[in-house]
Design a protein around this ligand. Structure first.
Ligand code: C5P
Length: 230
């Protein structure tokens, strides 16, 4: 471990299981888990509340620069707080998911959030010896010098199945082939985003999560880290 602590970046497409794996890994290692997608979603939520035009990049940037954003751990659940309000479930609605494409495409938002993500990661390093950043660009833009970069992937069909399961649990219904189309559309946007797009550079360790459970994936990453001290 270097004097700044261990940074673990977990990137990959939507629905690959990154959040669940990152959360479990953070419990195993005791490092803070930084869900960067939740931050883009939170900017979108505030923009919707304030009825800001989603194509107004300047206005979205002002939100990202000025909002108070916190992750809190409550009974082992990661909560997302914005401006002293618990928004953990509010940021997961389909409306916010759609709006978050705009916040994620705005360079002003990305600049502000990347700065905040680096600050949170450093704080976690100082407090706990490391940090787990999860998203799309955490190993390319936020922390290119991260000691470990994992690219978590799974087939579109498997990702859609998992998404459907989560939706049914949350009382929402959808057809599997509709979700498959939605995931394909999100992939296209993620890979083609002008700034901070999803990019698997050669220094990523590729993890295929298609046939593995969350426990198995988290264990595989944990094992890799133990066997490759940096
Ligand atoms: O992963 P999640 O679905 O929560 O991400 C919400 C939105 O933020 C998505 O549109 C995703 O592409 C975007 N995002 C991003 N960069 C990140 C994390 C998420 O552009 N590092």
């Amino acid at each position: 471990m270097n004097s700044n602590g261990i940074i673990i970046a977990i990137d990959g497409p939507a629905g690959a299981g990154k959040s669940s794996v990152a959360k479990l890994l953070s419990e195993k290692l005791g490092y803070r888990y930084i869900d960067t997608g939740a931050m883009y979603r939170s900017v979108a939520l505030v923009a919707l509340h304030q009825q800001v035009n989603l194509t107004d990049e300047g206005a979205l940037g002002v939100i990202a620069k000025n909002f108070k954003f916190e992750f809190k751990n409550y009974l082992n659940q990661l909560q997302v707080w914005v401006n002293d309000e618990d928004v953990t479930s509010k940021i997961r609605t389909p409306e916010v998911t759609a709006a978050s494409f705009y916040s994620a495409n705005a360079l002003s938002v990305r600049t502000a959030l990347v700065e905040l993500q680096r600050k949170m990661a450093l704080e976690s390093c100082q407090l706990f010896g490391g940090a787990i950043l999860e998203g799309r660009d955490t190993g390319t833009i936020v922390y290119p010098q991260a000691q470990y970069k994992f690219f978590l992937n799974a087939t579109v069909e498997k990702r859609a199945e998992r998404r459907l399961k989560d939706m049914l649990k949350a009382g929402m219904a959808e057809k599997l082939d509709v979700i498959i189309q939605q995931i394909k559309a999100r992939d296209e946007k993620d890979y083609q985003r002008e700034y901070g797009g999803l990019k698997k550079t050669e220094d990523y360790i590729l993890m295929d999560h298609t046939m593995l459970t969350v426990d198995e994936s988290a264990h595989a990453i944990y094992q890799y880290i133990l066997e490759h001290p940096r």
